[in-house]
Design a protein around this ligand. Structure first.
Ligand SMILES: [Zn+2]
Length: 134
């Protein structure tokens, strides 16, 4: 059983901030900034494509509520919502990070050294794939 499923089943402790039938939310134990929260579907899957649209909407609704609550507490003017999927999903269990951001808080993107293309051909490939997947 993964660490998040153990938290869901109360076999491991966590600082839970919210829970409903579909998801649970608690403090990340390695916060980027104070008030860093994880939102986790109760279904053990490693990509969002395996979750129902309803669950994803529920997660985003809770993320919005957390963004507002954290802003009310800390007065931060910005935030991040992040999710890593598939091979890059830690513990193999989908989780969304929600955390407050501040100027010069040290958090940021890192890029590989190779430059990547951005062009119409790429956009068209994705548009066509989206249409064929619908
Ligand atoms: Zn799990």
């Amino acid at each position: 059983m993964c660490i998040f499923c153990e938290i869901i089943k109360r076999k491991l402790p966590a600082y839970i901030v919210y829970e409903n039938d579909e998801l649970i939310s608690f403090l990340d134990i390695e916060p980027i900034n104070e008030g860093h929260v994880l939102i986790i579907p109760k279904q053990h899957v490693d990509t969002i494509e395996e979750l129902s649209d309803e669950t994803l909407v529920d997660i985003m609704g809770v993320a919005k509520k957390i963004v507002v609550a954290v802003k009310d507490i800390y007065g931060n003017r910005g935030y991040c919502i992040m999710q890593n999927g598939g091979k890059f999903c830690d513990f193999g269990h989908v989780h969304f990070h929600v955390f407050p951001r501040y100027d010069n808080d040290g958090f940021g993107w890192t890029y590989g050294s190779e430059e990547k293309d951005v062009n119409e051909e790429i956009a068209e490939r994705i548009r066509l794939q989206l249409k064929s997947n619908l």
